[in-house]
Design a protein. Structure first.
Length: 496
């Protein structure tokens, strides 16, 4: 069986070879490879390679760094189909969705190609008499990335293009559930001309994560995952003096007002609720409907949901499997809990008939109505294809519901009332907002991140906040004495 190895200092290595994990195709349920799980020593080997490569990469010219980024971009554009097939085989999302993930990550690469402008300093002449002041931004050093299973290419690409462009070196710890994409990206960087040691991949579990968080050679940590782990990463990483951005979980609401285009809203709810089998941190899992239009809206959502084709992501289906059997069973348990709590089960996804071979980890899309805030299907981030409709009497009630939730990642409002939309934008306590847009993931030149329990740390991902996260500022004050003698000067004469 093929082994997914670590990528350290420009080549693959099995490390100490003591522990391995299975990599499974979620559409078939079959183990397709195994992944080496790093010990503390192997993780430290990857960190040491990044630390050794940092001085030379830091001093590489901006022009050369950008050339390598452009080369990486062109290679990725030409071969993105290979990467999409890897993502579908190990994560399960449909090929079209995998290609979309790559495209959104590529936007950050393109943003990072502008790094010469993005890290320009300022200059003030004669701030005091014959004293000048200027500012510069410099890289941090070794930047670690701990990424989740749901976006094995896009989430790492939120971080490493900007970090590398700014002069940092990388240790990426991807999810052990779908690890191959990270190695593919590492090989592509090498082909693009990135020096060995600048981009390293260490596969593993908690042992490797803790080694990263405790290492004195790691300067920053970027994390995406559940809220409890995000909090753990933030607290342990900052305790050892690291700069940390830890993006946590979500319970994203979509508020639909009576004046909204209900067909548009129904399309958006299905797309945002069931895309990637609901395994998105920006998925809409709580649809907040003003009661006067709730029945009509739910009927439209149900009609569309019943047309979805579930199965192997290579077969042109609309939705693929969940990542593991254990996660599939956990999501099914939430459906059981919703029924027991008294929610109205409009569409039951617990008995799927997928278009797939073998014993994959499938659930059909599930739709609940009359969900109340005390139910677990409302309170918890289910991370599966379960859409819960909560009915409210008014806009004010819907806004209060969103703001009282402990998460603050993403939200959306569907309305044709500009005043209501503007008030929602102003008053909602959420980091990313969509107005008639269901999944408001910002473009690469803005920044991604939530509020409240959805983010630990002060910096959002990519955009200008990402540039500042991966660099630190210096201010230099300079005074030069006037020449003590005239000397030769063949320059053009002036009257100064």
């Amino acid at each position: 069986m093929q082994t997914v190895q670590h990528w350290i200092n420009g080549t693959t290595t099995e490390g100490d070879g003591a522990r391995f994990g299975d990599v499974t195709n979620p559409a078939t349920g079959k183990v397709t490879s195994r992944v080496a799980l790093a010990s503390k020593a192997t993780t430290e080997e990857g960190i040491a390679a990044a630390a050794a490569a940092f001085p030379a990469w830091r001093d590489t010219s901006l022009a050369r760094r950008v050339q390598i980024l452009f080369a990486f971009r062109e290679l990725l554009n030409a071969r993105k189909g290979e990467l999409a097939a890897i993502i579908t085989a190990e994560h399960g999302k449909v090929l079209e969705d995998a290609l979309g993930e790559i495209a959104r990550g590529q936007e950050v690469v393109e943003f990072a190609c502008g790094i010469p402008h993005l890290i320009k300093g300022g200059y003030t002449e004669n701030a005091s008499t014959k004293v000048d002041v200027h500012s510069i931004r410099q890289p941090l050093g070794v930047s670690a990335i701990i990424s989740p299973f749901n976006f094995p290419a896009m989430v790492p690409m939120w971080f490493f293009p900007v970090a590398i462009a700014a002069g940092n070196t990388i240790v990426l710890k991807p999810s052990e559930k779908d690890p191959t994409a990270a190695n593919w990206l590492a090989a592509l960087w090498k082909e693009a001309g990135l020096p060995d040691g600048v981009f390293n991949v260490v596969h593993g579990d908690k042992e490797s994560v803790d080694a990263i968080l405790d290492s004195p050679q790691v300067s920053s940590v970027s994390f995406v995952g559940s809220t409890p782990i995000a909090k753990y990463v933030y607290e342990r990483g900052t305790a050892s003096g690291k700069r940390v951005q830890a993006l946590g979980g979500a319970k994203n609401h979509m508020l639909v007002l009576p004046d909204a285009d209900l067909d548009l809203a129904a399309d958006a709810a299905v797309n945002a609720g069931f895309g990637a089998a609901g395994e998105r941190c920006m998925a809409v899992s709580a649809l907040v409907a003003v009661d006067s239009i709730a029945d009509e809206l739910i009927a439209k959502i149900a009609e569309r949901t019943r047309t979805l084709r579930i199965g192997d992501g290579t077969r042109g289906c609309d939705m693929g499997p969940l990542i593991t059997a254990a996660h599939r069973d956990k999501v099914a348990g939430y459906i059981d809990a919703g029924v027991e709590a008294g929610a109205t089960l409009v569409i039951d996804g617990r008995n799927p008939s997928p278009d797939a071979e073998g014993d994959g980890f499938f659930l059909n899309p599930t739709l609940f109505d009359r969900v109340t805030p005390e139910m677990s299907i409302y309170q918890d981030e289910i991370f599966g294809p379960v859409l819960s409709v909560v009915r409210v009497e008014s806009f004010d009630d819907g806004l209060e519901l969103v703001n009282s939730n402990p998460y603050g990642n993403g939200t959306a409002i569907f309305t044709n009332d500009g005043g209501a939309a503007r008030r929602f934008e102003n008053e909602v306590t959420v980091g990313m907002i969509g107005i008639n847009v269901p999944i408001p993931v910002p473009m690469a030149y803005y920044s991604f991140g939530g509020w409240k329990n959805s983010l630990f740390g002060d910096s959002h991902a990519y955009g200008t906040e990402g540039v500042h996260f991966f660099t630190r500022g210096k201010v230099v004050t300079t005074r030069w004495q006037d020449p003590s003698h005239g000397g030769l000067n063949l320059g053009f004469p002036t009257n100064a």
